[in-house]
Design a protein around this ligand. Structure first.
Ligand SMILES: CC(C)(COP(=O)(O)OP(=O)(O)OC[C@H]1O[C@@H](n2cnc3c(N)ncnc32)[C@H](O)[C@@H]1OP(=O)(O)O)[C@@H](O)C(=O)NCCC(=O)NCCS
Length: 387
């Protein structure tokens, strides 16, 4: 061989080696990457359905047309057809808002990082660490521009708060309210309507306007000291969740749901919630299935009586719980409610549990500005932002 280095070391060198690079997989490498992660993330689907889903997820709003980027840690000099898959992940480009020290609300780019994975045979060698450390820096200049710079990236850790924090993604509030599914479908309250695909665009436009106003208010209140940031709760962001849900429900139940949320009240004084059903356990292990409330909006808290809001909120929760029962979800979860929504949860009188997560789905954010993470206030840190 003419060298003392065993060939196995050349195919997977030390994680700090300059031979290693972070790049983008070829179309031929993608199924190899997904085949590796299928046992972890696809148990509700056959391997072929999981491969089809991942391909389909590059064609839906938000991730289509290059919105999603797949990342691969591998050997820089190896031919593409033979190079090892040392670690992999993906990022999705998203619209984001942030406040400046002078209190303006600006729009920028954020990235959502997901599917961080190392082949079991390569684990514990520092490859995921190397990938995340390279990726954090790479994303700062990825798909941004002069007008709309990249302001932050987010991810949701399922392995606690330490690993990603070490690489620059600080943990943020990660709590949720959980309700059990309804025991029976029950009566639907007057004044509440279900939300389908066709209602979403109008609701998202109102939500975005209200959210920007809220960010401006927060910036004004603290004199511009903190950066108040949000991911846009826009239509494409919701459709990304719902089209993923469609794929899953079609494969598990042979049909797709009509009820994507519920809204109560007259225009201008509405309260609404939109949701998506997530399936990790399929029908065999329903503990892995959750009806996730993606976003809750109270349109005009100041001019709507609390009694009305409580009544509306209760009616919405009742529908969500009935949907959870019908669609075999283990629970209904609503992430990081605002203090207003928390009050509605209490007063609506529906039994619930409040959970502070310390291991799974830890909302984490890397801020690309000068300020430390403590000076960043993540507003609307709700499930819609997840990927
Ligand atoms: C998590 C994962 C990506 C780590 O990959 P890896 O290449 O072995 O990671 P590294 O060798 O760079 O670092 C391992 C570190 O991750 C930590 N880690 C790995 N699995 C963990 C777990 N389940 N819970 C908490 N920490 C974990 C190790 O303790 C170690 O910490 P250290 O840096 O303080 O020593 C890999 O175990 C994996 O693919 N797991 C299945 C998919 C998954 O859970 N991905 C994370 C989704 S958020």
């Amino acid at each position: 061989m003419g060298s003392n280095t065993p060939s196995s070391d050349l195919s997977h060198p030390e994680s700090t080696s300059p031979l290693i690079t972070l790049t983008n997989p070829t179309p031929a490498e993608l199924p190899k990457i997904f085949t590796l992660s299928h046992p972890k993330w696809g148990p509700a689907l056959t391997l072929q359905d999981y491969l089809d889903r991942e391909a389909y997820l590059t064609t839906v709003p938000l991730s289509k047309n290059g919105g999603i980027t797949h990342w691969l840690l591998t050997l820089a000099a190896a031919p593409e057809s033979e190079r090892p898959i040392l670690a992999s992940c993906e990022s999705i480009k998203k619209r984001a808002f942030y406040t400046t020290p002078t209190g303006e609300v600006r729009e920028g780019v954020a990235h959502g990082v997901a599917s961080v994975f190392t082949d079991p045979k390569y684990r514990g060698k520092g490859y995921a660490s190397r990938m995340m450390s390279d990726l954090g820096k790479r994303l700062k200049d990825w798909q941004g521009g002069e007008e709309k710079k990249v302001v932050f990236s987010v991810l949701y850790s399922d392995i606690g708060k330490g690993f990603y924090a070490k690489h620059g993604w600080a943990p943020f509030q990660s709590s949720h309210v959980a309700w059990t599914p309804a025991e029976s479908s029950g009566e639907r309250a007057k004044g509440v309507k279900t939300i389908g695909y066709h209602e979403l665009a109008e609701l998202c436009a109102v939500d975005e306007r209200l959210l920007k106003e809220r960010l401006a208010k927060l910036a004004k209140a603290d004199g511009g000291r903190k950066r108040h940031v949000s991911l846009a709760p826009e239509l494409d962001q919701l459709l990304w969740h719902m089209m993923r849900e469609d794929f899953m429900t079609k494969h598990i139940f042979g049909k797709t749901p009509d009820v994507r949320g519920a809204v109560w009240g007259e225009k201008g004084k509405r309260v609404w919630a939109v949701w998506t059903r997530g399936y990790y356990g399929g029908l065999e292990k329903t503990e892995g299935n959750t009806l996730h409330v993606l976003r809750v909006v109270v349109e005009d808290e100041e001019h709507t009586s609390e009694d009305d809001l409580v009544e509306g909120f209760k009616a919405i929760v009742t529908i969500a719980r009935a949907e959870a029962k019908e669609w075999r979800s283990h629970d209904v979860q609503m992430w990081n409610p605002t203090s207003t929504v928390r009050k509605l949860v209490e007063k609506s009188g529906v039994e619930y549990e409040f959970v502070e997560r310390d291991k799974e789905s830890i909302a984490s954010l890397m801020w690309y500005g000068e300020e430390p993470a403590e000076d960043v206030d993540w507003v609307a840190n709700e499930k819609y932002a997840w990927c």
